[in-house]
Each structure stands twice: as C-alpha cells, then as structure tokens.
Ligand binder design. Structure first.
Ligand SMILES: Cc1cc2nc3c(=O)[nH]c(=O)nc-3n(C[C@H](O)[C@H](O)[C@H](O)COP(=O)(O)O)c2cc1C
Length: 167
C-alpha cells in the first residue's frame, strides 16, 4: 500500500479483533512515529504501550470500559515545555507522530482509533501509566485487526470547500 492509499484507507475503527498486536510490530510503528517533524528537535513525544493486562487495570481503575475496545494501545504523551509557544508546537509534533502511527498501521493491515478520553487525566490513570507532572496525555491510539473488516466508506470531504488559492 503506498502512502496515498494508506491515507485514504485509514479510517477510525472502534471494533477490534481480540488478538493483541505483536510488540515488535508496535515498535516498528513507533520507529516511524519518531520520524515526525518536530521544531528544534524537541522530541516531545513519549509512548506508553499498553497490553491486555494494563488495559484491563486502567479500565477498572478509571471506570472506562471503552478502553477495552482493543487489546493493544499506545498512550501518546507530550513532555510539556515551560514555554507555551514551544509547548504548542510540540503538541503539533505529537499529532504528526500519531498520524504516522495510524498510517503505518494501516499499511500493515491494522486499524486504529485516536481517542482522547477524560478518564486518562484522572490521577489513578496517570499513576498507573507512570506519568510525570509535566506529561500531557495527547491521546490513546487503539490498534488491532478489525473484527468485522475495515470501514469502506471513503471520506467525502473535498479540500475545495476549505481552500483559497492566491496568486
Ligand atoms: C485530537 C483528536 C481527538 C479525538 N478524540 C476522539 C474521542 O475521544 N472519541 C472518538 O470517538 N473519536 C475521537 N477522535 C477521532 C475522530 O472522531 C475521527 O477521526 C473522526 O470521526 C473522523 O473519522 P475518521 O478518523 O474515520 O476519518 C479524535 C480525533 C482527533 C484528531
């Protein structure tokens, strides 16, 4: 699958096969995540890969059963800089890293879902994940093979509606 195909085929998926994604595959995805652009090489991203046992513990600790949707997920965390301008750029860099993960996953036949549950901001979740105070949870990226196939509806949006071209 080439890059354009992966971009078009990536769609949020919420129903996963119960088989966890092999650790080696997740690490391949994260190697691609860290190639994302980041201004001044701040490398703001931190990743916590969570498997079935930790997902279950998290879901129970913060009463969020939706965390169990997939049996493998990556909690993407931003190391927040003191300078708000740097922190803003770093958040954007983390978003780029997440998109890399989701596209690379799709290229490997895996689906994904970037979720921003409030539950992960709870102290119990932060403690379980071992997050320091300066860490901002950017999201949890669910990963896995689809239980019922990939979504097939293409994105209907056209850039024309959002674009002005100036000479
Ligand atoms: C920053 C961010 C946060 C998101 N958080 C959630 C979320 O908490 N719950 C959810 O259902 N979807 C979440 N999504 C996924 C979007 O809802 C999804 O991308 C959108 O519906 C478009 O679907 P698509 O990914 O198939 O194009 C989030 C997406 C982004 C970029």
């Amino acid at each position: 699958m080439d890059v354009e195909e992966a971009i078009r085929a990536r769609r949020t998926l919420k129903v996963y096969d119960p088989e966890p994604v092999p650790a080696a595959t997740v690490l391949e995805l994260l190697e691609l995540a860290v190639t994302a652009p980041n201004h001044h090489d701040t490398e703001p991203w931190r990743f916590v890969v969570v498997g079935p046992e930790t997902i279950d513990r998290l879901a129970a600790a913060v009463d969020d059963p939706k965390l169990r949707r997939s049996r493998t997920a990556v909690v993407v965390v931003q190391q927040v800089a003191a300078d708000p301008a740097v922190a803003e750029e770093d958040y954007a860099a983390c978003a780029c890293a997440i998109q890399n993960v989701m596209l690379a996953a799709r290229g490997r036949g895996l689906a994904s879902f970037w979720r921003t549950p409030r539950s992960l901001h709870q102290p119990d979740a932060r403690a379980l994940l071992g997050l320091p105070d300066a860490a901002r949870v950017v999201g949890v990226v669910h990963l896995g093979r689809p239980r019922d196939g990939f979504p097939t509806a293409p994105c209907e949006r056209s850039a024309v509606a959002f674009t002005r071209v100036l000479p």
